[in-house]
Design a binder for this molecule. Sequence first.
Ligand code: ADP
Ligand code: MG
Length: 674
Amino acid sequence: MTGLDKNIQYVKGVGPRRAKMLEKLGIEKIEDLLYHIPRQYRDRSQIKKLNEVEPGQEVTVAGVVKARDKIRTRSGRNIFKIAFSDETGIAYATWFDQPYIFKNFSTGQEVLISGKISDKSWEQQKRIEFIHPNFELDGEGGLHSGRIVPLYPLTEGLNQNQFRRWVNSVLEEHIGAIQEFLPEELLKEMDWPDRQQAIWEVHFPSDLEKRKKAFERLVFEELLLFQVKLSRKQEEKSKKTGYCHEAAPSHTRKFIKSLSFSLTSSQEKVWKEIKEDMEKPAPMSRLLQGDVGAGKTVIALLSLLKTVENGWQGAFMAPTEILAEQHFYKMEPVFQEFGLKTVLLTGSLSAREKKKNNKAISSGEADIVVGTHALIQEEVTFSNLAMVVIDEQHRFGVQQREALLSKGITPDLLVMTATPIPRSLALTLYGDLEVSVIDELPAGRKPIVTRVRQTSVRPKVYQFIREQVGQGRQAFIVCPLIQESEKLQLVAAEDMFRYLQEEVFPELRLMLIHGQIPAQKRAQAMKDFQAGAIDIMVSTTVIEVGVDIPNATIMLIEDAHRFGLSQLHQLRGRVGRGADQSYCILISDAEDELAQKRLNALVEHNDGFLLAEEDLRLRGAGDFFGTRQHGATPFRFADLIAHQKLLRLAREKASRYVQILYESDRRFPGDIVR
Ligand code: ADP
Ligand code: MG
């Protein structure tokens, strides 16, 4: 174990509290910090003399502090000012309401100041003044100024200077532990730096050209490792034997007959593919793609039934508690008909229930287990797990998928997603999976009518909702997304709910649902909504995936431009699940062209695949997949759209280097590929 594996809290200045914040960025170990690379830089490499600078310019200057002063205005603002000079002139720097800045400075001290020179101070007082500039004091080695400065994607409570200091100290202390694994001849051929240099350069570039080479190398190695991993997986898979299901279809046939609808021909086709796979001795690894509302759950149910009918256990994992609960409550009665036992496993069960359910799972008494990530907890052991289904698989990481699989001995795997990944990308991302596609919606569905509306016409929209509810329909209202802060998100949702219930729809039955509502209350609310005892569900994005309420016909999304396109498509998919005409109303005052184009793409396309292609065209892969936390793409650096050339190169080289990489006994940086 090198120091790189240590928990991030041991980096000087981090500690347990900030480690929690870093966890949100996916940074847990010291090594992760090094792979959290800046997405932007600011060039502060040129230090200017004070007699060369002009008002309005963004510059870095160096000087000695001549005086400092703290002023409190009558309105109660704290102003802190310094005067500093170099050999060509004098300048000022001013900060408002940041009392902690004061203690940093003393007269005679050398400083670097980076920022914009105020036009106003020049016009009014003919002086060079920086308002809220970046500063750096003697002794920080030019970390924040006087160079190309990295800007990191951060989260609430963290700041750039602090983060830069952590990265710098980790680099200085640990860079020696970073090991090269690319063959030297390849580095020569591509003119790439070695691994240590590359990591250093992407954080603190000596120039932008070098940074580009370094980044390219990191993207390539990631794609290469991904390819190598894929081929290793395929090799391993071909050697394995798994559960060989018998063909006798009595349960499944009976179940299909019992449905109130008949399967679409797409559903029949994919079920046939899955069934045949399950009957083969090799373990199945199959991805089931199908747009929102296409009816994937029935297929999952069928494969679980088939497993159980063979005397084995099945597991069904969903990304949110709401969804796991919904699946459980729908499936339990179905399975009960066949005399089968289904148990639920989520984080918010009481300790007693958990213990009871775990016992049923390990003894084999439970035939089917439906749950969240709770399924992959260590204490969960199965008696004979033969079928694993993962719903909304794009919300899970590869590791979580593997963790659930490892609860059995080579169980069959079915992962399901509606996230419309263009086929070319799916091939790369899911190269180790066979793909089945449901490419039609059940008959009789009317396309959802989608409209973008400005906030000024909200009253009309509310009136429309009132009319729909009057006709017995139900609605979702999704609160604005506040990604930066969970706390603010909840406050906003609560405010919105109160306003809607008290001022707008006092005569209707509204319910608020978000991630912090206790599980029991939430489950009850979902049941009430399902049963029609609630008219309008006001919600955060906790209902984004999977929720199935066929009587709901209106989806209203506030500040729609703040959401990702695939997220909007998922949210819209909560309606249009029954025979009635459904509507999706996107409230937005966004004026920028790209935002409008994206919202209009939703108006034009109901088909998730078309939408995905359109979104990729509009803004590239990075945004489409959403944030990395969702685990949609396993990459830290690579962007499958932007880096297609490198991907081709990696594919080409993979076959050549697989053997070398396998045989090398150096630590395989497997962590890079998730
Ligand atoms: P998704 O693919 O998004 O997971 P679901 O499996 O939740 O979709 O199905 C959406 C709705 O469509 C459910 O209410 C389900 O009962 C219904 N459904 C599924 N298949 C059919 C079908 N062949 N005909 C009519 N309704 C169907
Ligand atoms: Mg679903």
